[in-house]
Design a binder for this molecule. Sequence first.
Ligand SMILES: Cc1cc2nc3c(=O)[nH]c(=O)nc-3n(C[C@H](O)[C@H](O)[C@H](O)COP(=O)(O)OP(=O)(O)OC[C@H]3O[C@@H](n4cnc5c(N)ncnc54)[C@H](O)[C@@H]3O)c2cc1C
Length: 536
Amino acid sequence: MAAAGCGKRVVLWFRNDLRLHDNYIVHDAVQRVKRGEASEVLPVYCFDPRVYGTTPWGHFKTGAHRAAFLLECVTDLKSRLRDVGSDLLVAFGKPEEVLPGLLEGSSGPSLVLTAEEVTSEETRTDVAVARALKQQRRPQADAAAAAGGGSGSAKLLRFWGHTMYHIDDLTQPPEGGGKATFAPGMKDMPDVFTPFREKVEKRCPVWKDLPPPQKGDLPLPPTEALPAAAAAALAAAPPTWEQLPYPPAARPPPPTKHPKAVLDFKGGETAALARLRYYLWDSDLIASYFDTRNGMLGGDYSTKFAPWLAAGCISPRKIYHEIRKYEAQRQSNKSTYWVIFELIWRDYFRFFALKHGNRIFFETGTSGLPLVWNPDADLWHRWRDGRTGLPLVDANMRELAATGFMSNRGRQNLASYLVLDLGIDWRRGADYFESQLLDYDVTSNWGNWVAAAGLAGGRINHFNIAKQSKDYDPQGDYVRTWCPELRHVPVGKVHEPWLMSKEEQEKAGCRIGVDYPNPIPVSRHGRPHASSGGYA
Ligand SMILES: Cc1cc2nc3c(=O)[nH]c(=O)nc-3n(C[C@H](O)[C@H](O)[C@H](O)COP(=O)(O)OP(=O)(O)OC[C@H]3O[C@@H](n4cnc5c(N)ncnc54)[C@H](O)[C@@H]3O)c2cc1C
């Protein structure tokens, strides 16, 4: 039971926005405190058991790599909030069951502020939270509200903040008059990237990133005004692996850091800002991004911002303005622009999901094309476990399972191979990526997959895997890293080891069909799309 309080409380419900800089909910709460509309701010993160369950395809919805990364993100957020005199209440439960209780002891009109999501699982939770807040009875708040003729129930306010471009600039008429760039809900946005990019780049600004809060900007409710369980949760130590709400019988073991991982990804805003500093100012790597971005080995070939962007530890606007600053102070070239170009892809998939709703998850994609899939479970397992006999595919799948990360080049090839060569239902691959990726982002993942499957109305890239392997891993260093069976296979055969003669196999210590698998005869399974433009 909470002691009587008198504060007007704002609950900050953090989700995929685990940062203090450029965070609309944080900024809004600070402004409310400054204007005297709120006197208490309670930051909260919920580990929702639904997100730690099993998917319809039998994978952990949040695999161990990402779960460990998220634990670090939440721990870092708690520490950064403490630095400004606040704290983070970490709860284990469904938000609609946790959040209403946190408003007990607050007498004024209370608010829950959160980030706006676009996909159905997340928006369903929003609806459940809004309903639970409405149904909650808070006698003190009701009495105070009744005196003013209003209602005492708390409200959920959602803020757009995940993308570099703001939805308002895309769907509302410009201030000086004229037509909005796109219709409400993005209903008329093109289903191909280039015209979308050209329009937004021409017509829409990127808002300045918001400053982080200062010490004292987010006053916590007094402990005695909180329900006892909430006060205890607020004072608790950072969350641990054992507390993650996996089903008890199916808890995966915590992952170990892999020595071959491209980077020792550490979750949290602190590490994200350090990576931004490193990639731009400390190393100047950004100035050669265009030439290195198709690499697969090591930390430096691409920005590696994705895991932090997905958890919201860094904002795309922050990256954008830091790049513009770098361009003004150091150098500006195709590479520096190309990181921004890639961030527009990220925006594109979020707006694409807003436009198409649940169709990005449908078997027939957004194009509605009916297809027949190959149900062969053995083929699926060979793909998932990195035993297809195609070194590029196997190396990438093993890297993903061992580290939770994979290059963009790898992802493009794997998706093409699974769907267009093996003919396996694309949703199975997307679902596995959802489980495994450190940087899993619902709209980037499902959007890229539905596009790779050729079911999103855009160009279809059907890759010739052996050619891609030779083009992007000419010495075979990458495939040898993850397929040590191929260690002694000569460069000329390492991408197509089945072409080795018996003598060559003996010499390389790699017998095909024994030490390394025979390749899957894709011509028997593949069903390239009728409108496929052929091999890329
Ligand atoms: C089948 C498939 C699934 C994917 N799933 C995800 C996912 O769940 N989460 C995710 O963030 N990215 C996903 N991507 C996109 C891309 O592969 C990763 O963003 C990128 O490899 C991450 O590495 P990086 O941060 O070093 O990227 P960089 O090459 O350095 O790019 C900079 C940033 O631009 C954005 N970006 C780049 N390419 C894309 C793209 N094609 N789509 C959307 N954003 C992009 C990312 O935020 C990335 O961090 C997927 C791509 C494919 C083909």
